[in-house]
Ligand binder design. Structure first.
Ligand code: BTN
Length: 322
């Protein structure tokens, strides 16, 4: 009902709609209309209410609900079902729970805040409520478990492409981070379930710092983290940015899923890499080895040359630039 009232108000933007009109068109009482209008106002919708005139929608909030995103959605699958929370422990946890119950490909879980946001290797993901983007996309490609890291590269390339439309200077820090001015503004946590030769589902968890100010980050992150707003000094519309990410993600993902083509993805991962050509430390099994990052191959793996001259392609892992 609330969504229906919002739809009516949006269709008549800039006009007053009487409570009676709304109640007749939707088939609810005027008291119920008033209750839903109050709810919408509490969610941040600016609705002018004038006695004898009715209600007029003046402004919509930058929240990541389906109702706010659908206007700019240009995808066929990703984002056509959005399950939105004001706060949740982790969108990845919720997405896994729903994927286990059969939730189809393309459903997105979005939360304005997370109480236990997860990063890779047991790290935490911290995000100020309503300032960033915290979402998880459910995918069901017909691939084996060894190919899952490719999906992270697809997400990196897609977010990179969407971010370039906002600002220069974006870099991809293989395998799952995006940087601006050398600091992290986006992290991706890909989780999957299935058999070795057939994935059942993949959850692509995306965390992006969008409108945070410097003092929104805890002290421990001050030197490592940044946001799009800090780097550009502009407020960024999260709902527009999310739509663009879905668009770029779906294009690259479908090209891989349907045709096995990754050319565009690998081009982005190479061109915008912050690690290729650099001395790095590869951390594995509790030890770190010095190496040079040489290239990213067609499977999205990082080619490294260790100090003893051995070369290896690594598909996932923890690296740091020295
Ligand atoms: C990393 O930097 O290691 C990855 C961070 C991924 C954070 C996102 S926020 C949405 C989704 N839900 C989570 O709990 N984590 C991911």
């Amino acid at each position: 009902m609330k969504a229906r009232i919002l739809e009516l108000l949006k269709q008549n933007k800039e006009l007053f709609l009487s409570g009676e009109d709304i109640s007749r068109q939707i088939g609810i009482t005027r008291a119920a209309v008033w209750k839903y209008i109050k709810q919408l106002q509490s969610e941040g919708y600016l609705i002018k209410s004038v006695s004898n005139n009715g209600y007029k929608l003046v402004n919509c909030p930058d929240i990541l609900t389906y109702e706010e995103i659908c206007e700019n959605l240009k995808t066929d699958i990703i984002g056509h079902k959005i399950i939105h929370f004001d706060s949740i422990d982790s969108t990845n946890n919720k997405a896994k729970e729903l994927a286990e119950k059969g939730e189809p490909e393309g459903t997105v879980i979005i939360s304005e805040a997370q109480t236990s946001g997860k990063g890779r290797v047991g790290r935490q993901w911290y995000s100020q409520a309503y300032q960033g983007i915290c979402l998880s996309v459910i995918l069901r490609p017909n691939i084996d478990l060894l190919s899952v890291p490719l999906i992270t590269q697809i997400a990196c390339a897609a977010i990179c492409k969407a971010t370039i439309k906002i600002t220069d200077g974006v870099q991809i820090k293989w395998p799952n981070d995006l940087l601006l001015g050398g600091r992290k503004f986006c992290g991706i946590l890909t989780e999957s379930s299935g058999e070795i030769d057939k994935v059942n589902y993949i959850i692509v968890g995306i965390g992006i710092n969008v409108n945070q100010e410097k003092n929104d980050f805890p002290e421990s992150l001050e030197k490592k983290a940044t946001s799009l707003k800090i780097e550009t000094t502009n407020y960024i519309s999260r709902k527009n940015f999310v739509c663009d990410i879905f668009y770029e993600l779906e294009k690259m993902y479908m090209e891989y899923k349907e045709n096995g083509i990754m050319d565009d993805v690998i081009d982005y991962c190479r061109k915008f890499s912050s690690v290729i050509g650099k001395q790095i430390k590869v951390e594995r099994n509790g030890t770190g080895s010095r190496a040079k990052a040489v290239d990213i191959n067609n499977r999205g793996e990082l080619l490294v040359e260790f100090e003893n001259g051995n070369t290896e392609s690594i598909s996932t892992g923890n690296i740091s630039i020295m």
